[in-house]
Design a protein around this ligand. Structure first.
Ligand code: UDP
Length: 241
């Protein structure tokens, strides 16, 4: 365990794709995988890092793919946002089983299930050591949870936006398909945007660039990695100015 004074980042927002939660089953929520990710998060929460979470919904429902299949885009997107609420509740449950206090705040009001998003209240939760999980994305269709993560990271005055993926950083091509793909230790925002590197949506990257908040890309599937990266170690790519 490391003291907070050694922390490189004191308050972060961690974005986890919905796909990370489906494990090997190819769809939905695999509770074993949720528990494994929750353990990674709990480890850093215990060191005193103030943690915000945004979880995607792609393991359950993606608006764009249903819109392509003939559904009205806005309705499909609202369904996608509801999927993120299910993931948020699964993660809340897994974290609380590990003894971590959490609150879920949703951009779409769902008072019987979780709190509405109230920025000042969320900050207070963080100060009290609770992990705050932001659900329902931005609350608006035509956005993604990457953009929601960037928006909340800026609103919550986070030191960095962490993107937990299944690989250990940003590569020149998909390392699972192209053996010659090169990994970067650092990049600037414009590199990511102009070369269309698949890290986060362009709108999320632009928002982080305008607000000078670094994006840290690392593998959430590697045990202990989140804790290492938060303390400035581990393998990761930093995107900054
Ligand atoms: N979504 C939306 N507005 C938001 C965030 C999400 O409409 O602010 C919808 C959108 O349909 C998206 C779905 O929710 O496809 C799930 O989110 P996302 O695809 O970002 O999840 P991830 O890829 O991270 O699992």
């Amino acid at each position: 365990m490391t003291s907070t004074s050694e922390l490189k980042y004191k308050r972060i927002l961690l974005k986890v794709s919905g796909e990370v939660l489906m494990g090997d089953q190819g769809f939905g929520i695999d509770m074993k995988t949720v528990q494994a990710v929750a353990e990674e998060i709990a480890e850093v929460a215990r060191t005193g890092v103030e943690l915000c979470l945004v979880i995607g919904g792609g393991n359950i429902f993606r608006g764009l793919s249903k819109a392509a299949a003939g559904m009205e885009r806005s309705s499909a997107d609202y369904m996608g946002m509801l999927a993120t609420v299910m993931n948020a509740l699964a993660m809340q449950n897994a974290l609380e089983q590990l003894g971590i206090d959490t609150r879920v705040q949703s951009a779409i009001q769902m008072n019987a299930v979780c709190e509405p998003f109230i920025r000042r209240r969320a900050i207070r939760h963080l100060e009290k050591g609770r992990v705050v999980i932001f659900a329902a994305g931005t609350g608006a269709p035509y956005f993604t949870t990457d953009t929601a993560a960037a928006l909340r990271a800026a609103e919550m005055d986070c030191d960095a936006l962490f993107k937990g993926t299944s690989v250990d950083g940003v590569y020149s091509a998909d390392p699972k398909k192209d053996k010659s793909a090169q990994r970067y230790d650092s990049l600037n925002y414009m590199d990511v945007l102009s070369r269309d590197l698949k890290v986060m949506d362009a709108s999320a990257v632009s928002l982080m660039r305008e607000n000078d908040i670094p994006i840290v890309v690392f593998s959430i599937r590697t045990e202990g990695e989140l804790d290492k990266v938060i303390h400035g170690g581990g393998t990761h790519t930093v995107i900054s100015n």
